[in-house]
Design a protein around this ligand. Structure first.
Ligand code: ZN
Length: 398
């Protein structure tokens, strides 16, 4: 989940913001990929992926300004509509709980989950015996969902930068930051401010998508460069950024997740209260990002070759579609007649030049092919669509 950010970047005249390396704080990165996406709800979230020439950290080095990003999240929040804990969230939460138990985090430790969503991790911690649990999330319905689903109290609505005003952050023994850091446009500033508010000895448990496991051939092409992910952590860069902010590494682990989901990198750190005056980052392995980009391009070209010359209903209006639309618009003879999505938060919003509609509109378009614009859920969407509509389906992946 994203949070408000503090500035560690500056504006430029193209309407995009240039960022310095969140590890080294220097403006010297080499562009490696232009991540062009159709605007979602009118927000252009396209960005340039760059690699720091000093430490090798890969991050979005030119992206939408803070206000655009904040408005985008408010407009299309998908984090507080869950009706139950997903299997994937169970696996991720259980991996986090296992680390807490193995690293002997006491059961009466005060635990704060920053970006707790609907409370998946907190609920598993509660089941494991932890009893002093707090959470905060900017999504307005999170507290109600966490209460209704899991009986969790002490869930607040707010951003990371406001957490200390809403809950006793300075007393926390463990702060969990799961699937948050990759979203933060002001990563270094946000983490620096957070660490200043934590007591010495407080532990921080972090989960991010594992850069080491990015695969362009087995996963969604360019899927790691989603609309919302702005930096790509390896074990090296995660250790670098926390080390440079004065937090020592206690434990690190990569956890396998099912195909289609990014494997997770977990890091457990301890606040020392001493920010080093000079920090020499460990160098990142340099060619992994080139391989990921080349493999993704190969896979995307294969997917595009399956699109017929026909009127299309695009099923799904997320990152996958935002990436696909600029390519489809270049295909001769192919026309998009509708973009539909099941998420009620997206219906009536725009993606590219289309207004997102409810899937029920498909019934009025019997001649259109339905292009399933999803990697992970392609097959289950196909089963569900076959039961409801006679239209031919377009599947992009084997
Ligand atoms: Zn750097």
């Amino acid at each position: 989940m994203p949070f408000e950010n503090t500035n560690n970047h500056f504006g430029c005249s193209t309407g995009k913001i240039s960022r310095c390396c969140p590890v080294c704080s220097i403006f010297d990165s080499q562009p490696v990929y232009e991540n062009t996406m159709a605007p979602v709800s009118g927000y252009d979230m396209s960005y340039t992926v760059g690699r720091c020439r000093k430490c090798g950290f890969v991050f979005a080095n030119s992206l939408a300004d803070d206000e655009t990003i904040r408005e985008y999240y408010q407009s299309v929040s998908k984090y507080d509509v869950a009706s139950e804990i997903s299997e994937l969230d169970c696996l991720r939460a259980d991996a986090a709980v296992k680390i807490c138990v193995e690293e002997k985090v006491p059961y009466d430790a005060m635990v704060v989950d920053l970006g707790c969503g609907y409370g998946a991790l907190l609920s598993r911690l509660k089941t494991a015996g932890y009893n002093n649990l707090y959470g905060i999330d900017p999504a307005p319905n999170s507290a109600a969902r966490a209460h209704d689903l899991f009986g969790l109290d002490n869930i607040f609505c707010g951003t990371m930068t406001k957490a200390h005003q809403m809950l006793p952050l300075a007393k926390a023994d463990l702060v969990c930051i799961m699937a948050v850091l990759e979203h933060l446009p002001g990563l270094r500033g946000d983490m620096s401010e957070l660490l200043k508010k934590l007591k010495v000895g407080c532990r921080i448990l972090v989960e991010v998508p594992a850069f080491e496991r990015f695969s362009g051939l087995e996963s969604e092409p360019f899927g790691e460069f989603s609309l919302e992910h702005l930096q790509y952590f390896s074990a090296t860069s995660l250790k670098n950024i926390f080390g440079s902010l004065g937090a020592n590494l206690l434990e690190m682990e990569i956890v396998d997740l099912p195909v289609g989901a990014s494997d997770s990198l977990f890091g457990l750190f301890e606040v020392t209260g001493k920010v080093p005056n000079y920090f020499e980052p460990l160098p990142e392995k340099s060619d992994a990002i080139e391989k990921y980009i080349a493999d993704s391009k190969f896979r995307l070209d294969g997917a595009l070759s399956r699109i017929p010359t026909a009127p299309l209903v695009i099923y799904g209006a997320g990152s996958h579609t935002a990436r696909l639309l600029p390519h489809i618009e270049k295909l001769i003879g192919t026309s998009v007649v509708a973009v539909v999505d099941n998420n009620p938060n997206l219906v009536r919003k725009n993606i590219g030049k289309w207004v997102i509609q409810s899937p029920s509109v498909i019934a009025s378009m019997p001649n259109a092919h339905i292009l399933i614009s999803s990697f992970r859920f392609q097959n289950e969407i196909a089963v569900s669509l076959r039961n409801r509509y006679p239209n031919p389906l377009v599947l992009l992946y084997d």
